[in-house]
Design a protein around this ligand. Structure first.
Ligand SMILES: NC(=O)c1ccc[n+]([C@@H]2O[C@H](COP(=O)([O-])OP(=O)(O)OC[C@H]3O[C@@H](n4cnc5c(N)ncnc54)[C@H](OP(=O)(O)O)[C@@H]3O)[C@@H](O)[C@H]2O)c1
Length: 261
């Protein structure tokens, strides 16, 4: 899809990936409606002079926040929604507070579905439109220590594929992009220590944002950013027991970092 002239509602614009993605989308010629919860961070997102941009503070875990974002998107004439807001969730399931589990599921899965639901009639009325869901490698390689987060991201992948098939005869494209670990505040110190111990590569936000922009410009519907994670995602799809075996060797390390966090 053409980014030059696109009008994009980007959620999570105040985050580590969102801020850099906003700058790259703007540089590619898109007009932006940026949302986040933190008003200071929202106001401080630097864009080049003259870039078209509206900023909206909204907590998307509330009905009011969804309604505010959807009506701002209609006023803005948005033709692309990028569901990027998310929260992390490292910990063994039995040690996680139920509220935390619910929040992980709500922010990473329910919010993107709800915002898409609120905006879909509008997007369908546009000559060309897109819903872009930022998932995670863990949505295809569900990981020990991230049961709720992996479930939410696997759900987001399923939602993206089902909706894409449902909208195949419409003007709305549905795109799912799954990055591997990124150097952003989403990852706690314990997650960073775990990634270092497991030798998991963590990409810069600029690298991931460039991959997202490339995916959109190439009209791809699915993108796994990072190798060998892309290969492991495929293996998990055809033979999950191979990944079970591979991950069982890492379980002691994962538990060590989950307990110590
Ligand atoms: N970091 C990684 O390792 C990694 C890897 C793969 C995929 N991802 C995905 O990439 C996306 C961006 O994550 P990130 O790494 O940039 O995380 P981040 O730096 O922690 O930023 C998260 C963003 O989501 C917003 N947000 C969280 N809860 C919200 C709510 N209830 N309502 C509205 N906005 C809310 C935050 O807003 P405020 O800051 O204003 O509160 C912030 O803008 C997420 O979907 C994440 O799952 C991240």
């Amino acid at each position: 899809m053409q980014l030059n002239g696109a009008r994009i509602l980007l959620t999570g614009a105040t985050g580590g990936l969102g801020e850099v993605l906003a700058r790259q989308l703007s540089a590619a010629g898109a007009a932006l409606l940026l949302t986040g919860r933190n008003p200071d961070k929202l106001a401080a997102i630097p864009l080049t002079a003259g870039a078209e941009c509206v900023r909206l503070q909204a907590d998307l875990s509330t009905a009011d926040g969804i309604a505010a974002a959807a009506s701002a998107a209609r006023r803005f004439n948005a033709n692309m929604l990028i569901n990027n807001a998310g929260i992390g969730g490292f910990g063994l399931l039995e040690s996680q507070d139920w509220n935390e589990v619910e929040q992980i599921m709500a922010t990473n899965l329910v919010v993107p579905i709800r915002l898409t639901h609120a905006l879909l009639p509008w997007l369908k009325s546009q000559p060309e439109a897109a819903v872009v869901n930022i998932g995670s490698t863990f949505g295809s390689i569900p990981f020990a220590g991230f049961a709720a987060y992996s479930s939410a991201k696997a759900g987001l992948r399923g939602f993206s594929q089902a909706l894409r098939r449902e909208l195949a005869d419409s003007s709305v494209r549905v795109i799912h992009i799954a990055p591997r670990a990124i150097d952003t505040p989403l990852n706690s110190a314990a997650v960073n220590r775990l990634n270092a111990a497991l030798k998991n590569t963590s990409d810069s936000p600029a690298h991931v944002a460039a991959g997202i922009v490339r995916t959109l410009q190439n009209n791809a519907s699915e993108s796994h950013l990072g190798f060998p994670e892309r290969l492991f995602a495929w293996i998990n799809g055809v033979s999950p027991s191979l990944i079970d075996r591979g991950l069982s060797g890492k379980l002691a390390t994962i538990k060590h970092h989950a307990v110590k966090q």
